[in-house]
Write a protein that binds this ligand. Structure first.
Ligand code: 6R9
Length: 650
């Protein structure tokens, strides 16, 4: 193999693995040569009310239309619960580990069935119907999974909004999909601190009402018992409601292409897009990837540390694992509370076999020192995974050697909200690993690298990563805006899905994701559109203009660097800097907190008025010796001021 940091498949990884390298190569070839036959077979991994006769019906050109298993009928909650009851009704479906280490719960598949049916009946009682949008703004508690599954049971479309988003951000998402039913909790709890979810919801509902969407019902789960506002007639307690309905609810027969959920995600322009996933293809794809990528065996304890507010939580805490009848661990807390050993202690406590987390968490824990890890056993671990951003080889090697004692394979899984499930990844028993590479495509996935002119690059190359054919887990449209879907993903390179990521392919055909090539930054594994932060900044009365870029950050991967031009007469001081930081947090949420704010009397613009971000990125990286050609700037002198006042001096 052609690179450093190669780790060959160890005999122990191969021994009971579901897929070895020969099987990978054969299945991969079959899957791309004859997708109808391949997916026609694997579509049967889920149960159907009405079997499909058509498999793939997709077009990446023209209007772009993506349909899988289109004449089949099924139901997601029925697949994630009912079909397991006979064999594993008493098996734990969800292990819940609370923020406080003394707080935990186990929910069996039988119990999950009853909880989900009751909540589904509550929703029905309040008039929620197939196709209605339900917003879920919740902490990491089992009721969040019940809420998602209850929606799918009755055919309602859920929109989960991450609990760290602000009332403004929540309101925007409620209004965009005209959601009139909200499920939330009194408060969340993370690292010992309460998060005012219900109060935020109240504020968001007011903002959404002004925008034209009136929320009719709010179901509130009591998590902390903290004090919250209450609107009689609109707000109801979860525990009161579920006590009044039956623990049985017939699953709605859903067409394969009926919408399943909306999940808002940041892009390079405009407000967040409502990524729409549909029923059957999504479930087939996430259950299949969950099984093979994590080499999941019956009886394994599986833990993904993501928040259900992100796609990773949807696909690999809830839907993939439960469709496979797995025991999935749901963690309410944070990696460093009450101590830096928390992850490893939870692994020992629940004998976790498969552990899936983000590079940003690993880098932070690596910085805290090895002893926090080595004092725990971690003997149960069999597969480790990462997701969310490129993992640097140092963090990869630390994960491998210190967390896994050099004995556990790491799957570095590349995918996106839009892709529904994992697209590029090693398979534990099949793929020789290289630290920092997501390695090879999953079955049915056809990656391609192209240059700026759209020319296809073969062999060893670096370029923009595209996918040339559809896979069942792919998003189908932007909710309410199909034109934006086509524009965003299929217009840069005609007939191809453009991922927005840059990528290198090495001599072994391995893929190395190098990060976004558009105006999206990745902060602690969370996607952030620079345009969103800019729009938050310019909504402040003292700001006239703003430009936001990412810069390398040791822990977060990327930090948020803001250039701000003030209105005439405003004073650029420390107080205003703090005010702007608070303003952005209020507008979007804590995840968008600016790391650096530089007051800039002028921004570097071309004569046609375009901000030259390339220059701003370089200055933010403290790499201004390599600014490149600045002669096309309308006023080259602004650059000197920007360099002199840079906030990131090394
Ligand atoms: C699942 C998820 C998607 C963006 C994606 C890319 C980055 C995700 C990665 C990775 C390198 C990996 N990304 N996994 N980069 N290696 N293994 O994270 O979805 O929140 O939509 O973010 O994250 O840049 O385009 P999402």
């Amino acid at each position: 193999m052609s690179e450093d940091h190669v780790h060959r498949v160890q005999p122990a990884w191969k021994k009971n693995a579901l897929i070895d390298n020969d099987t990978y190569l054969k299945w991969y070839t079959d899957s791309v040569k004859n997708p109808d036959k391949f997916w026609g077979k694997h579509g049967k991994r889920i149960d159907w009310f009405k079997p499909y006769s058509k498999v793939k019906n997709t077009a990446f050109d023209g209007k772009v239309s993506i349909k899988w298993f289109e004449d089949g009928e099924t139901n997601v909650s029925w697949n994630c619960i009912d079909r397991h009851l006979k064999k594993r009704g008493d098996q734990t479906a969800i292990i819940w580990e609370g923020d406080n280490p003394y707080d935990d719960r186990k929910i069996t598949y039988n119990e999950l069935y009853a909880h989900v049916c009751r909540l589904a009946n509550v929703m029905k009682k309040h008039g929620v119907k197939k196709g209605d949008r339900v917003t879920i703004y919740m902490p990491m508690i089992p009721e969040t999974a019940y809420a998602m599954l209850a929606c799918t049971r009755i055919g309602a479309i859920h929109s989960v909004v991450f609990g760290g988003f602000s009332p403004d951000a929540l309101a925007g998402r409620i209004d965009d999909c005209k959601s009139t039913f909200v499920i939330t909790a009194d408060e969340g709890l993370r690292g010992g601190k309460p998060i005012p979810l219900k109060d935020n919801t109240d504020k968001a509902i007011e903002i959404a009402a002004n925008a034209g969407t009136k929320v009719e019902k709010v179901v509130v789960v009591r998590r902390t018992g903290g004090k919250t506002g209450w609107v009689a007639g609109r707000d109801v307690w979860y525990h009161d409601e579920v006590a009044t309905v039956k623990a049985e609810c017939k699953p709605e027969k859903m067409k394969a292409e009926d919408p399943l959920f909306i999940l808002y995600t940041s892009g390079s322009t405009g407000k967040p897009k409502g990524v729409l996933h549909t029923t059957a293809g999504y479930l087939v794809y996430v259950s299949m990837t969950h099984q093979y990528v994590f080499d999941y065996h019956d009886g394994d304890i599986y833990w993904c540390t993501a928040d259900v507010g992100w796609v990773t939580g949807h696909s690999y805490i809830v839907y993939g694992p439960l469709a496979n009848g797995a025991t999935t661990l749901m963690f309410e807390g944070v990696p460093n509370y009450p101590s830096q050993s928390r992850f490893w202690e939870v692994i020992d406590k629940h004998k976790v076999n498969i552990f899936y987390t983000a590079p940003t968490a690993l880098r932070a824990l690596m910085g805290a020192g090895d002893s926090h890890v080595t004092k725990t056993s971690r003997k149960s671990l069999r597969v480790l995974g990462t997701v969310g951003e490129p993992i640097n080889p140092e963090a990869w090697e630390w994960y491998f050697n210190v967390v896994g004692n050099g004995k556990v394979p790491i799957v570095d899984t590349w995918w996106q909200t839009e892709t529904g499930g994992i697209l590029i990844t090693p398979l534990p028993g099949a793929t020789d690993l290289k630290a920092g590479s997501a390695t090879r495509p999953f079955f049915g996935v056809k990656p391609q690298l192209v240059d700026g002119d759209g020319k296809v690059l073969e062999g060893v190359a670096s370029g923009s990563l595209c996918i040339t054919d559809s896979w069942p887990g792919q998003m189908r449209t932007v909710y309410g805006d199909h034109e934006r879907f086509v524009q965003t993903y299929f217009s840069t390179y005609k007939g191809k899905y453009f991922t927005g990521d840059g990528c290198r392919r090495d001599a072994d055909g391995y893929y190395w994701i190098t990060g976004r090539v558009d105006d999206v930054i990745n902060v602690s594994g969370h996607r952030m559109g620079t345009a969103e932060v800019e729009s938050a900044l310019v909504s402040h009365e003292k700001v006239s203009e703003a430009a936001v870029v990412g810069y390398p950050h040791d822990i977060k991967g990327q930090g948020i660097y803001c250039y701000v031009t003030l209105m005439a007469g405003e004073k650029p001081d420390e107080e205003l800097r703090k005010e702007l930081v608070a303003h952005v947090r209020k507008d979007i949420g804590a995840i968008a907190t600016p790391d650096k704010i530089q007051f800039a009397p002028g921004l570097p613009k071309t004569r046609s008025g375009k901000i030259m971000r390339r220059i701003l990125r370089k200055i933010a990286e403290d790499d201004f010796a390599a600014l490149g050609d600045t002669s096309t700037l309308a006023d080259p002198a602004v650059v000197d001021d920007l360099v002199a006042n840079r906030q990131n001096k090394r």
